[in-house]
Ligand binder design. Structure first.
Ligand SMILES: Cc1ncc(COP(=O)(O)O)c(C=O)c1O
Length: 371
């Protein structure tokens, strides 16, 4: 144990970093009088999609609306099936249902927590139209395998990049791995706009359709060719996003530094630190350990203990999606052992850019001294 045996404050599990630059950018938008969607949104779309190496960006109100609009733009509708990992945030699957289609749940890999390509192949039917590859916790799923499977079966590959800004697979950045990608800029994410999201793609047709869907189904003012929604981002939010994008490389480096300290110093038997696949550049949206059965406390006991020691922690996610009440009836006979197991054993520890090196060592010390 270090010389600091305890701390007298709570290390939060998440903390957005924003300051004078973001405040000045919002101030300028407010004084411009152009607060709704306009030039600043277009600049942010251009900058963020460019950062992802993609041709087009369509900014939205949040990551959920980005996924909904992207699925609609991909032509997903009633009668279609879309394969989704069972171990992810609810919106990865609820947005499929919002299109009238059916989410079909695939299992995840026990080491990366990401969708298992073999499980995806087993779930393909004549009704399958797309696969959603979620890059969970900041690590890209196996995009090369999913791309191959999607090409072989003529399926659309949608990236749920909500947790994976700047993450890479084989050197290629998230947002540029599939046909269309969706990001979230919620305040806990690796960069934020307050609330916000973006669809990123190099497919002009998909980008045009998504843009119309996000704007009441009108390609021209007051000419509505389809039922659309008001999913438009505002200039106020985009102004924050433009500043946050400049800071993203610094945020990412700090998350990676913190993850390295945690992984190097957590040595407790029965704790498995995050595994990063050799093809992946992990950006640690969350730092997720597994509390194995051999550890002297259960996962829930450890969470309570750490909270008492001033260490904020959280379970992402306690219930796999095929067991959620809204999906359970349709999936009564579905068994996805790794998703079910992960939900029981995972625990997220603080890794965000505001966590200091000393705090990382404190977290490790507290865990290592449990016996
Ligand atoms: C994997 C994943 N997909 C989609 C979303 C939805 O994003 P938002 O909260 O911005 O609607 C989230 C947000 O937590 C997420 O983690």
């Amino acid at each position: 144990m270090n010389n600091y045996t305890t701390i007298l404050y709570m290390i939060p599990i998440a903390k957005p970093v924003a300051g004078e630059e973001e405040a000045a950018a919002v101030h300028a938008v407010i004084l411009s009088g152009m607060m709704a969607s306009g030039d600043v949104v277009h600049q942010f779309e251009h900058a963020f999609s460019g950062f992802c190496g993609a041709k087009y960006g369509v900014a939205t109100t949040n990551g959920t609306t980005a996924l909904h609009a992207a699925l609609l733009a991909a032509g997903i509708s009633a009668g279609d099936e879309v394969i989704v990992p069972a171990f992810t945030f609810f919106a990865s699957a609820s947005t499929v249902s919002m299109c009238g289609a059916t989410p079909v749940f695939a299992d995840v890999l026990p080491d990366t927590f990401n969708i298992d390509p073999q499980s995806v192949e087993q779930k393909i039917t004549g009704k399958t139209k797309a696969v959603i590859g979620v890059h969970l916790f900041g690590q890209c799923c196996n995009a090369s395998a999913l791309k191959r499977i999607c090409a072989d079966h003529h399926l659309i590959f949608i990236e749920d990049s909500a947790q994976a800004h700047a993450a890479k697979w084989n050197g290629r950045i998230s947002g540029n791995l599939g046909d269309i990608a969706c990001f979230s800029f919620y305040p806990t994410k690796n960069m934020t706009t307050g609330e916000g999201g973006m669809i990123v793609t190099s497919d002009k047709g998909a980008a045009d359709r998504a843009s119309v869907i996000c704007n009441h189904g009108q390609a021209e003012k007051y000419l509505h060719s389809m039922i659309g929604y008001n999913y438009r981002m505002t200039n106020v939010h985009a102004a924050i996003g433009k500043e946050q994008l400049k800071r993203l490389p610094g945020f990412t480096a700090l998350r990676q530094r913190n993850a390295k300290i945690l992984s190097d110093t957590i040595t407790a038997k029965g704790i498995t630190v995050p595994y990063s696949a050799p093809e992946a550049e992990h950006v640690y949206h969350q730092y997720v350990i597994r509390v194995e059965n051999e550890f002297p406390m259960t996962r829930d006991e450890l969470m309570t203990y750490l909270t008492g020691k001033g260490i904020g922690c959280a379970v992402h996610y306690p219930i796999p999606l095929h067991k959620q009440p809204v999906f359970a009836d349709a999936n009564r006979d579905v068994s996805l052992p790794f998703s079910e197991d992960c939900a029981k054993h995972v625990l997220s520890l603080p890794v965000h850019p505001s966590v200091t090196e000393d705090e990382c060592r404190y977290i490790a010390d507290v865990i290592n001294t449990i016996s």
